[in-house]
Design a protein around this ligand. Sequence first.
Ligand code: FE
Length: 172
Amino acid sequence: MTPAEIIGELFAGPGAREYLGEPVTIGTHMLQAGALAEAAGAEPPLAAAALLHDIGHLRGEADNRHGPAGARWLSRWFGEAVTEPVRLHVAAKRYLCAAEPGYFGLLSAESVRTLALQGGPMTPDEQAAFEALPYARDAVAVRRWDDAAKAPAVTPPGFAHFAPLLAVLVRT
Ligand code: FE
């Protein structure tokens, strides 16, 4: 199987599960995030990161681990432009809670609940360390699409729409 086929099976199987506390399935949530990134004109690796940001959840990882675990799994096929925003998308939530007035108020109830498990808002030292990371801005972008991708009335394109995007990004 190709990487896109393997990932597609995760979307079709575990992706059809309810996303605990959210109004859309986890797969629909990820497809919405990918579609928002495309609509915003994101470069292909960043659009793929948005699409794949919760792949750790599809592989059964817990809330506080799903970013790094998902990124590690994806790194067998994809470079850092894809994996780093995935790895950092939970850190980006903690960052935005500290750095941006008003951001916390935009979070879903479930996202507020998991924030505590994930370490809460960043300290000033943590914020500075995060900002120095090469993919910090991309992680923040993924995070904003993540937060917006919980709309029950929106039907995103199916996984097949994104398969060619993933195929060109696989390292050879
Ligand atoms: Fe998400």
